[in-house]
Design a binder for this molecule. Sequence first.
Ligand code: ADE
Ligand code: ZN
Length: 330
Amino acid sequence: MTLISLPKVELHLHLEGAAPPAFIRGLAREKNMDIAGIFDADGNYAFTDFWAFLKVYEAATETLKTPEDYQRLTLAVLEESAASGVVYSETFLSPDFCGGRDLVAWREYLHAMQEAADQAERDMGITLRGIITCIRHFGPDKARETAKCAAETAGDWIVGFGIAGDEKVGVPRDFAYAFDVAREAGLRLTAHAGEWGGPESVRGALSALKVERIGHGVRAIEDLALVDELAERGIVLEVCPGSNIALGLYKDWRTHPISELHRRGVKVTISTDDPPFFHTTMGREYDRLNAAFDWDEGFFRDIARTSLDAAFCDADTRARILTRLEATDA
Ligand code: ADE
Ligand code: ZN
C-alpha cells in the first residue's frame, strides 16, 4: 500500500483556509469582486508572513457570502481531502464569517455545510465533524458571542470549540469565559497555541482554557518540562508541519520538532491547517515526513489511530471509522 492510499484522520483544518484559489476566484467573478491583489502571478495565494497570511485569508473569505457558497466550499474541500485518503476530518468553522455571529444566520450556514458533508459521506466515504472556532484578534467579546452560537448548535455534528487567529493578541485567560460556555454545553476543547507564542502560551491554554488538544503546540519543544507534562497528561498536539515550514517557523522538514516531540512521548497527529495556502495536502505531508524521518506505513497507521482516539466525535462514529483504519485496503 502506498502512503497516499493509507486511511487518514485529520483533526486540524480551517474550512475557509482549505478553499482552493481557483474556487475563490470563481466566487469573486460571480460577485464582481476585485480580489486580484491576494494572488501571485501563478494564481496562488500571495503573502510574506503569518500576519499577511491572516489578511489574505480574511480577504478571500469575503467572497463567501451565502450558505450556498459554504455548501459548495465544503464539497470542494472534502473532495480534496478524500483524494488524499482522509476518511475522517474535523474542520474549524467560524460564525464570525458565517453571518456575523447571528444565531439564525449561523444555523442556515451550518445546515448548508451539513448537507454537503452528508453528500460527501455518501459519495466519497469521508466523514466530517465541526469545531466552532473564535478568532483571537477579534477579541473576547466576539469570542463570547461565538461561544453562544457554539453552545446553541452543539451536538453530534458540532463536537468542539476552539480558538484560532493571532496568538500574539491578548492572553488565553481573556477567552476563559467563552471556553466555559462551550464546555458547559458539552463541547470538547482545543486551542491554537505554541505556534507564534512560546511554551507560556501552551501553558496558558491548558490552565485557563482547560483544553484537551492543542493546535500546533510545537513550540513546547523549547521547554522540556512542558514536553514531559504534555506526554504525562496525554495532551494531543494537532501538528501541521507543512504549515509551520511554509510560514517560516522552521526552516525545513528535518528540523521540524514533530519527530522529537513524538520521541519524548507526546501524542502527535498530522494535519494540513490551510492546505492550498501552504501548497500541501495530507498525502504530501505523509510523503515529506516519510522522506525526512523515514516514518513507514506502520508508523503512520499508529498516528492515524492516535488521531482517531483524540477525535471529538461520538463513540459510534469512532467505531465506524476504526473499521476503515483497520481495513488493509483504503
Ligand atoms: N487561522 C488559519 N490558519 C491559522 C494558523 N495557522 N494559526 C492561527 N490561526 C489560523
Ligand atoms: Zn490552524
